[in-house]
Ligand binder design. Structure first.
Ligand code: M6R
Length: 612
């Protein structure tokens, strides 16, 4: 959602702020702004629309100070306008604030401040922070900057990641966090604060993540962190595990396409060093449980949102099939508020690419509150979810810039397939079967590369069907979540109404939607029940619907009954979902492009959803 950047050092802050905002564009936003302290005055510049607009306006913004803050806003309180864009300055311009999150008691605070003659220029909840900080400064001007901010935040309810500069404290920047990510990138003679490591990766790989309830005072050559109540904090420095070229497009027109093509190496990274020496099982350094403890587990519960939720559903099919452990999968947003009955010997997994999704984080806390052990599968090292879980597995997929998750999904299902193998091997699966499973996994990067070769064929199919408005995705067993994921991709990238069902469910209602205007995409890559799927295809054809089938072999029946056939290699069922999703990612991408959509930054969407 919103992005925060702040700079303090020897260089001109402005260009670093703009660069940082550009690197956070992938998160989704509707306006952007910067504020720079220059010769004792804070100057701000804001624009609605793209950061490029802001950058263009910089020609008339000649402020070269070495301290500043910037923001990309995703509107919550107040419409999309320059006056609502951040940074917000206090009434007399002493303080400037950028903020992610929602201040829940802002109306009470606003009324309190209006009574004390503070004026407001925006409709946002954020502006009250600037004025409330000023109010506390006026009450006790002898206090340090961070102390004033701490006192202010004691009166604030809600969530925030904030960065503040002041003309009174010209060599300091203060940041604080509660429920919205913030980190300090440690440079040489300069420090950069941000809500996203992508914004600092160009300057440093050493970062310190703030925890909830912490306030940091950041200067060009040092920083200090305390809690809101002034308790000392153990500072842990993390090394970022991605390269700056992760944020570049290379020769691709879009991040989404780049990330689809990165999948063979992403799958390889997810598996690297994670097979046992005998080659018959998987192992994860991050999971601290020993086999005896893992055998005690009677049930697994997965919580996640969006694409990560679909990955968990794939995991359910694979784990139940191979390891024979019952698995429940819940939307994190439901689990956090639902009074689910407690279950014995249950291990909880939360899965999140960003590691910052608010609902998944809340589900994690709820599970821990109930006394469950919670493990995480996340892509972002040091993210909030990674730090809050008892232990976990990193995806090592590299930074995912496209708002639509592609490579993170295949990386998650690769890890979940390996988890199925790990649990199976300490229960029912013998070494020979384990060996075959491992060999299948090891062959996966090459097979995924073969599937990528379908790109052009899928582009041609997209050209035929991109004008249609109704798509149904159908799959059985582990292909059902793949159908869900295909439909989600098409919705978010191409703004086409798409739904997914288990194939046999079609007859129980959705068949009423079938007409010449309907495209049905059958994911028919599992060997079981293919005859029944063929019956379903004929039911669609009998009603005039169009059929695109993803299959493993070129049997004549597919050619006869389907309008389009995409053949992908036949693989072990433990990796089948991974290869089957790639054509659907391409399809969504090409249809999105043909419909003129901004596939990397789809409307209304944010890369990580950090507010409810
Ligand atoms: O970062 P997370 O994996 O927790 O994000 C969860 C969802 O918000 C995310 O997968 C979303 O559905 C994507 N837009 C899917 O492409």
């Amino acid at each position: 959602m919103c992005g925060i950047i702040g700079y303090i050092g020897q260089k001109e802050a402005n260009s670093i702020l703009i660069d940082g905002l550009k690197r956070m564009e992938y998160r989704g936003y509707d306006s952007a702004g910067v504020a720079v302290l220059d010769n004792g005055t804070i100057f701000s510049l804001k624009r609605i629309g793209k950061v490029a607009e802001l950058a263009r306006a910089q020609t008339k913004f000649p402020h070269r100070g070495p301290i500043g803050i910037g923001h990309t806003r995703w509107a919550t309180h107040g419409n999309v306008s320059e006056r609502n864009a951040h940074p917000h300055l206090s009434d007399d311009g002493r303080f400037a604030v950028v903020h992610n999150g929602i201040i829940e008691n802002y109306l009470q605070i606003k009324a309190f401040l209006i009574e004390r003659n503070y004026r407001f220029a925006s409709d946002t909840d954020t502006e009250i922070l600037a004025n409330l900080i000023d109010y506390h400064y006026q009450k006790a001007p002898h206090l340090h900057f961070a102390e004033i901010v701490r006192k202010t935040l004691l009166h604030v309810e809600g969530t925030y990641g904030i960065a503040i500069i002041s003309k009174i404290f010209a060599d300091e920047l203060v940041v604080a966090r509660k429920g919205s990510p913030l980190l300090i990138g440690l440079g040489e003679g300069e420090n950069i604060v941000a809500s996203d490591a992508a914004a600092v990766a160009r300057y440093t790989k050493r970062v310190v993540y703030l925890n909830d309830g912490e306030v940091a005072s950041v200067r060009s050559d040092n920083f200090s962190i305390t809690t809101l109540h002034e308790n000392a904090v153990d500072v842990v420095c993390h090394e970022l595990d991605w390269e700056i070229h992760d944020t570049d497009l290379a020769d691709y027109p879009h991040y989404m396409l780049k990330e689809i093509f990165e999948q063979p190496s992403v799958i390889e990274n997810a598996m690297r060093g994670r097979f046992t020496a005998d080659g018959c099982s998987a192992k994860f350094g991050g999971i601290s449980l020993i086999p005896r403890e893992l055998r005690m587990v009677d049930r697994l519960l997965f919580c996640a949102c969006g694409t990560a939720y679909h990955a968990c559903l794939v995991g359910k099919y694979l784990i139940e099939k191979y390891a024979r452990i019952p698995v429940d999968v819940e939307y994190a947003s439901e689990f956090r508020y639902r009074n689910a009955p407690p279950q014995r010997n249950t291990l909880v997994f939360v899965v999140s690419q960003s590691g910052e999704t608010i609902d998944t984080l809340a589900a994690l806390h709820e599970a821990k509150r109930r006394g469950y052990m919670v493990l995480g599968i996340t892509n972002v090292v040091g993210s909030t979810i990674a730090r809050a879980t008892d232990a976990g597995i990193y995806q090592h997929a590299g930074l995912e810039m496209g708002v639509a998750s592609t490579k993170a999904f295949t990386s998650q299902i690769t890890i979940l397939s390996m988890l199925a193998l790990l649990f199976a091997r300490i229960r029912d699966m013998d070494a020979i079967v384990g060996l075959q499973y491992v060999q299948a996994l090891k062959s996966l990067p090459i097979i995924a590369s073969d599937v990528l070769k379908l790109s052009e064929q899928i582009r041609i199919i997209a050209e035929k069907y991109y004008g249609y408005e109704r798509f149904l995705f159908l799959g059985r067993q582990a292909m059902y979540p793949i159908a869900l994921e295909g439909a989600l991709k098409l919705k978010e990238i191409a703004y086409v109404h798409a739904e997914a069902f288990p194939t046999a469910e079609m007859k129980h209602g959705p068949i009423a939607l079938i007409s010449e205007e309907t495209i049905c995409i059958f994911i028919a890559t599992q060997n079981e029940l293919l005859d029944k799927t063929m019956n379903n295809i004929q039911e669609v054809k009998a009603r005039g619907g169009k059929v695109i089938a993803i299959v493993n072999n070129n049997c004549i029946a597919w050619e006869i009954f389907c309008d389009e056939v995409l053949i992908i290699p036949e693989v072990h069922p433990g990796i089948n979902p991974i290869t089957s999703v790639i054509p659907l990612q391409f399809l969504a991408y090409y249809i999105g492009i043909l419909r003129g959509c901004d596939v990397d930054r789809p409307r209304n969407l944010a890369k990580s959803v950090t507010v409810e």
